[in-house]
Design a protein around this ligand. Structure first.
Ligand SMILES: [Fe+2]
Ligand SMILES: [Fe+2]
Length: 155
């Protein structure tokens, strides 16, 4: 990202990323040693970049906010109580995001459908939702294979 893009991204992500409940995600593990917070930051950044790179017209504030909150389920999924995590967490994250951030319908849709095709019937129906669904998979793969730094906000 160039300097202008980076400052736009930081401006868009700030309010969500700095929220005290979002900060809790720094204590939950996502893939490997990466926290859920870093994963969400990475997906927000990847979504922003993909939209710009592919010249896809999006509602950028909602794209970034939905992307950041896509895994806002607020627990450590390695805990055995969360065996159906893969299927259930998009709905949990969406309800948490509505409760804490009053997200709009576009943002709620992004969160709800990000696991598609794993959640077969929750199909992404907006450009923003498709981008986040794709960005999440790219980031998860990269994190699993330790190929990239999760500290996306600093690069
Ligand atoms: Fe997820
Ligand atoms: Fe994710």
């Amino acid at each position: 990202m160039n300097t202008k893009e980076l400052s736009r991204f930081r401006q868009l992500v700030r309010d969500t990323a700095d929220h005290p409940r979002v900060q809790i995600m720094k204590t939950y593990r996502q893939h490997g040693r990466i926290s859920t917070y870093d994963h969400c930051m990475g997906v927000a950044r990847m979504s922003f970049r993909l939209a710009r790179l592919l010249h896809i017209r999006t509602d950028e504030p909602s794209l970034v906010r939905g992307a950041f909150l896509h895994d806002y389920y607020l627990y450590d999924w390695h805990n055995h109580q969360h065996k159906l995590h893969g299927f259930r967490h998009p709905k949990t994250a969406m309800h948490n995001a509505i409760r804490d951030f009053n997200v709009n319908s576009l943002e709620a849709g992004i969160i709800r459908t990000h696991m598609w095709p794993f959640t077969l019937r929750a199909l992404p129906r907006t450009r923003e939702a498709v981008i986040v669904c794709l960005a999440d998979k790219i980031c998860a793969l990269r994190e699993t294979f330790h190929r990239s730094s999760p500290r996306a906000e600093h690069s």
